[in-house]
Design a protein around this ligand. Sequence first.
Ligand code: HEM
Length: 294
Amino acid sequence: MPISTTWRNLRKICNLHIFASQKLDANQNLRRNKVEQLIADVGDSSHIGESIEISTFAFKTTLNLISNIVFSIDYADSSSNTALEFREILLVIKESIRRRMAIHSKKMMNIFDKEIEKRSELRKMNDYIPAQDFLDSLLQISEDDNEELDRNLIKHLFFDLFTAGTDTTTTEVDIKIHNFVIPKGAQVLINAWAIGRDPNFWEEPELFSLERFIESEVDVKGTNFGLIPFGGGRRICPGLLLAIRMLPLMLGALIHSFDWELEGGVTPQSLNMDETYGLILQKAQPLKVIPRSI
Ligand code: HEM
């Protein structure tokens, strides 16, 4: 979505009703719950002693987290037809490239339509107990303002929340940087991957060394341009504060709860780190690891 009043309003609504510290604190139990479920699922697999694709487990955990924040539903666990369909669509969207997305995103929008419809009906009942989720907040806002919800807009917003949508930046005017002119309307892709591996900025950029950050002022919040996994400026990822709470929790719980082994003689050195490009950057060969109960 281009910079506009609508975009500004949507970001404001998200910041207020999902990503505000107070809201994130209130959802702490939800995150703990989902991580406990993750550890239990991995625990079940550890009894079998076979390798697991860690991304499948991470996908399930984050999907359940987001679907609970937005709809109070476990989309990843539920065996309802809607949940099954949703999972399939989301996986295709995450793996596919833009031109194949139209059909799948339409299917996803239909699911959102049904959820909005269902909730609107529920809210009309006398004994309705408000859900503490994003959908309820949105419907409440529209009732308070006495204004019909812009369904299309809200569905697009949900879509972006579930796909953690990143996009290209379009220039609004001609911009001159050093000797380059970027013409108005050009689509600019910021190559955060290359920036994070720039030897002019990083010592031994290819080396995985968390220690480099111990005495460093550099963080991921968008002010240090050498490290911008969440982008920066006014388009910075609005999910940043949620992500930096959830990611360490998931990773920490996985590391603390199990001993991990690579399968079939693979060593950290020989691990295939090739990448493949879908809507998001993924490993070409998913990481397979064997969890051993401690
Ligand atoms: C580790 C996790 C994540 C990473 C690395 C990430 C990264 C990014 C990046 C690079 C952008 C583009 C920023 C720019 O253009 O400058 C972005 C935008 C966005 N992200 Fe995230 N993100 C993450 C998690 C999330 C989560 C959990 C959500 C929502 C629940 C989310 C929702 C969004 C949305 C809606 C946008 C578009 C914002 C706009 O159009 O103004 N992201 N993200």
